[in-house]
Write a protein that binds this ligand. Structure first.
Ligand code: ATP
Ligand code: MG
Ligand code: ZN
Length: 151
C-alpha cells in the first residue's frame, strides 16, 4: 500500500516550503486566505524533512509580495518561496529578513510613539534573523511573541 497521499500539482501559483512546523495556519493568515477560499490551497503540517519536521503551503494562482515575504520570514526564517509556472518551479528564493522592518509589526509598548495617534509607522531593528529577534527603533521594546504582533 502506498503510504503517501498525493496532493495535486498546481499549474501556476506559489509553494511556501520549509515552514517552521506548526506555522502553516499563520502563513495562510499572512496571505489573507479565508477559510472559505475558492482557490486550490494545499496545506501539509508536520511532514518529515531533512531537518526534522516542516509545514508546506501551496496556493494556486497567487504570487507573494515583499511585505508578505518579510512577515513569513518573521515566523519561518527557513522558508523557501517557490514560484510555480506551468507546473514547474520557475523561481525559488529563501526568505530573508531585511535589517529593518517598517510597518509590518506593531510595538507591544502601548506608550510607544508608533502606537500614538500620530502617523508614525512602526519600525524595528532586526537583531537576529534565525530565530528572529527584533527591537523597536523608538522605544527599544522587544516583542516576546512576534507572531502575535504582525499587522
Ligand atoms: N507544480 C507543482 N505543484 C505543487 N507543488 C510543487 C510543484 N512543483 C514543485 N512543487 C513543490 O515545491 C517545492 C519545491 O520543489 P523543488 O522541486 O524545488 O523541490 P526540492 O528540490 O526539494 O527543493 P528544496 O531544495 O527547496 O527543498 C516542493 O515542496 C515540491 O513538492
Ligand atoms: Mg525539498
Ligand atoms: Zn516601541
Amino acid at each position: 500500500m502506498k503510504k503517501e497521499l498525493k496532493i495535486p500539482l498546481i499549474k501556476n501559483g506559489t509553494v511556501i516550503d520549509h515552514i517552521t512546523a506548526g506555522n502553516a495556519v499563520k502563513v495562510l493568515h499572512i496571505l489573507g486566505i479565508p477559510i472559505s477560499t475558492s482557490s486550490v490551497v494545499s496545506v501539509a503540517m508536520n511532514v518529515k524533512s531533512k531537518f526534522g519536521k516542516k509545514d508546506i503551503v501551496k496556493v494556486e494562482n497567487r504570487e507573494i509580495d515583499p511585505q508578505e515575504v518579510d512577515k513569513i520570514a518573521l515566523i519561518s526564517p527557513k522558508a523557501t518561496i517557490n514560484i510555480i509556472r506551468d507546473y514547474k518551479v520557475a523561481k525559488k528564493h529563501k526568505v530573508e529578513l531585511p535589517n529593518e522592518i517598517i510597518g509590518i509589526v506593531s510595538c507591544s509598548n502601548p506608550t510607544c510613539v508608533s502606537n500614538a495617534n500620530e502617523p508614525v509607522k512602526s519600525r524595528f531593528k532586526v537583531i537576529e534573523k534565525d530565530p528572529p529577534k527584533i527591537k523597536c527603533y523608538y522605544c527599544e521594546r522587544e516583542p516576546e511573541v512576534i507572531a502575535d504582533r504582525i499587522i
